[in-house]
Design a binder for this molecule. Structure first.
Ligand SMILES: NC(=O)c1ccc[n+]([C@@H]2O[C@H](COP(=O)([O-])OP(=O)(O)OC[C@H]3O[C@@H](n4cnc5c(N)ncnc54)[C@H](O)[C@@H]3O)[C@@H](O)[C@H]2O)c1
Length: 320
């Protein structure tokens, strides 16, 4: 295969960006189709991508593609990913890979004997900050505490799911990606403010070696905040994901006499990188950079969080 023949499923808020990234990788991808269920989206897809076939159902083009980007609402991911896998297609699925553990188990069974790439869109892993701090995070002396914030004023999007599936999943995945100590238990509380789903959540993860994560996510906040702070006996590291800045305060003075050092890091196009990794994996038969197991573990932490919010009990984590 010289180029991957692809379709983008869902021409909504994020699907439009995925279509642009397919076009930006003309050397590796051939843009075959956009699958959009509703006429208004189809019309806008035809105007913006006149050279691409626009259809309403994946079944119409399944034999013309090697791979698909699933960028439809979360509740549709399971059926679409299942169908693509059953037809031996490579899949990039936006986060979350599916809605709950039960669906995850079924997907794992179907994917087990398939020789295809399945990449999950946990785009927050692509911040340059993590590359700059990876070694320091790996050497953290337990016990340490992590505080994470991801809150924003109401935007009216993704109200078909709650704030845990929509926002907290980014940070729950980052906990698994960034820290050596794994989650053991989750205790969470939530508020339904504007929708019938959880709009705000306070989540506590007890990690191995007496480490802790305190995560706050909300979609009805007074201002936008996205940051991660790590505190151990060696000092504090803080990443502002909104302004792309890293702050560090160790347990000694810096050479210039100050106690806090800050540095900027580059803002990158995460989606563009995700596309490049995906085509690379398909064309070179490499494993996905973020695979099914990562996707399922993040869904499991979401499930535990929701269970805790619903029952007001602490839930044991059981990662695969
Ligand atoms: N990685 C990230 O940072 C990030 C950011 C935003 C959204 N997302 C994820 O992307 C997904 C889509 O989010 P969005 O904000 O673009 O949603 P959206 O509602 O704006 O768009 C979804 C589109 O899919 C279409 N659709 C629904 N069912 C379909 C089907 N069976 N076949 C084809 N089209 C169908 C809808 O008509 C709509 O146009 C969600 O799962 C969300 O969690 C990820």
């Amino acid at each position: 295969m010289k180029k991957v023949r692809v379709a983008v499923l869902g021409y909504g808020h994020l699907g439009k960006w995925h279509c642009q990234k397919v076009e930006a990788h003309k050397d590796m991808a051939e843009f075959v189709a956009i699958v959009e269920k509703f006429p208004a989206g189809q019309e806008s897809a035809r105007i913006n991508h006149p050279q691409v076939k626009v259809v309403s159902d994946i079944k119409e083009i399944i034999n013309d593609i090697d791979a698909a980007f699933v960028v439809t609402p979360t509740s549709t991911h399971f059926e679409l990913v299942k169908y693509l896998l059953e037809n031996n297609k490579h899949v990039f699925c936006e986060k979350p890979i599916c809605s709950n553990d039960e669906e995850g188990k079924a997907l794992a069974r179907i994917a087990a004997d398939k020789k295809v790439v399945l990449q999950v869109g946990h785009s927050e892993r692509f911040h340059e900050a993590w590359e700059k701090l990876k070694d320091k995070f790996a050497k953290l002396t337990p016990p340490y505490t992590v505080r994470m914030n991801r809150v924003a004023p109401f935007k009216g999007r993704a109200t078909d799911v709650d704030v845990v599936q929509d926002l907290a999943i980014h940070d729950l995945d980052l906990v698994l990606h960034l820290f050596k100590q794994k989650p053991l238990r989750i205790t969470a509380q939530g508020q339904k403010i504007r929708t019938n789903n959880w709009d705000h959540a306070n989540i506590h993860l007890a990690l191995e070696d007496e480490c802790h994560v305190f995560l706050v996510v909300g979609r009805n906040a007074v201002k936008e905040m996205r940051d991660v702070e790590v505190i151990s006996k060696d000092g504090m590291m803080m990443v502002d994901l909104f302004t792309n800045k890293i702050f560090e305060a160790t347990n000694t003075k810096y050479e210039d006499g100050t106690f806090v050092k800050d540095q900027d890091y580059s803002k990158r196009d995460h989606l563009l990188l995700e596309h490049k990794y995906f085509y690379d994996s398909v064309l070179k038969s490499n494993p996905a950079i973020i695979g099914l197991r990562d996707g399922l573990n993040a869904v499991h932490l979401v499930d535990c969080t929701l269970k805790s919010m619903e029952t007001q009990k602490t839930i044991q984590v059981n990662l695969g």
